[in-house]
Design a binder for this molecule. Structure first.
Ligand code: FA5
Length: 341
């Protein structure tokens, strides 16, 4: 028996170097010490046939060989596990010197940034900021603004009607009426907000866009106050060297009325791509509040006079940021909007 056990150990030692994987090790274990068909298990079962003396010696030798086999396989398996772990450490290594991934936080829309800047200027000039309805009755949209029955602005081709009595406001001038109904002069109000017109979208037109309205009513207000205020406003917006000019124009709710231009903020009036070579940029409309408008809200035009001016934010925003199409402002393309963070 002793020779046989020595032979078994030699056989095992010969098989051991062929084991190169975990699966090989498991197979080797089953072959030698497996419960059912292990070589040593079978050998143990023959011990009963030996005399007590021989059984004691052979049993001890077999147990020693079994321990040897098991520990040889275990140390092989431990070696494989260590190798696997080392490989995993290399493949999953984290390079802490790589730049981190940028988290994209929210930020304000360019129109909002411009609106806030304009609101700050109005506030610094003593104006209150007021918000108002986007859906208006004919009274606020037209009648109170002295817009006659047959005026094209009332036509469904120009205005978005909701019912025959309600429409989306097409200008923030409606806020003149709300402001004067709420307060008695002297008053200074600025009203930014969205307006809606049935304009076909193109590089300078959108059916929805932003305007801001400025209104001042007091005793003895003249066209000179309007010009001085607008001049100060554009200087605070574009810089102290900015100049303005007024071109006579017609708006039913002011008399006299004027379009305002200001010297180009890019070339300072010399002429460039932004101002299309003219040196001037159109800002919006203005004028002295029409006596009919004042009367309509119960303010005596003999005692009080006032001025109003309104500008569009979208075109201004496009000019300031060098955009060649105002529709970009509403496409919600994150790659575009991210530039304004
Ligand atoms: C008005 O809307 C008058 N309420 C301005 C006013 C206020 C006059 C107070 C007198 C007293 P106008 O229709 O010109 O005026 O529009 C003013 C500005 O809105 C324009 O200069 C332009 O910048 C902008 N605008 C007009 N239509 C569009 C449009 N479809 N898309 C984008 N901006 C527009």
């Amino acid at each position: 028996m002793s020779d046989r056990i020595t032979q078994l150990r030699t056989d095992f030692d010969r098989e051991l170097p062929a084991v190169t994987t975990d699966a090989d090790a498991t197979a080797l274990r089953d072959r030698w010490v497996g419960r059912k068909s292990g070589l040593l298990t079978a050998e143990m079962k023959t011990l009963g046939k030996l005399s007590p003396e021989e059984r004691k010696t052979a049993g001890a030798q077999l147990n020693e060989l079994k321990g040897y086999v098991e520990s040889a396989i275990e140390s092989l398996q431990a070696g494989f596990a260590a190798k696997r772990e080392a490989e995993q450490l290399v493949s999953e290594r984290i390079d802490v010197t790589l730049p981190g991934r940028r988290l994209s936080g929210g930020h304000l829309h360019p129109i909002t940034l411009l609106r806030q800047k304009i609101e700050d200027i109005f506030v610094s000039m003593g104006y209150e900021i007021e918000d108002g309805p986007e859906i208006e009755t004919h009274f606020y949209n037209f009648d109170a603004l002295n817009i006659p029955e047959n005026h094209p602005a009332r036509s469904p081709q120009d205005t978005f009607y909701i019912t025959d009595q309600l429409a989306l406001r097409s200008q923030t001038s409606t806020m003149q009426i709300h402001a004067m109904q709420k307060r008695r002069p002297p008053l200074r109000v600025a009203a930014p907000g969205r307006v809606f017109r049935r304009d076909t979208p193109d590089a300078t037109h959108n059916p929805m866009f932003y305007q801001v309205e400025g209104l001042l009513v007091d005793r003895g207000i003249t066209l000179g106050d309007l010009k001085g205020t607008v001049e100060e406003f554009v200087r605070r917006l574009f810089g102290p060297e900015t100049r303005t000019r007024f071109r006579p124009s017609y708006f039913p709710f002011v008399e006299p009325g004027a379009e305002i231009d200001y010297t180009c903020f890019k070339c300072n009036g010399a002429g460039c791509r932004v101002c299309k070579g003219s040196g001037w940029i159109e800002m919006g409309g203005s004028g002295m509040v029409h006596p009919n408008v004042l009367r309509g809200v119960g303010i005596d035009p003999e005692e009080f006079t006032g001025f109003a001016f309104g500008l569009g934010l979208d075109r201004l925003c496009a000019l300031m940021y060098g955009l060649d199409d105002i529709r970009l402002l509403y496409e919600n393309d994150v790659r575009f909007l991210e530039q304004f963070r």
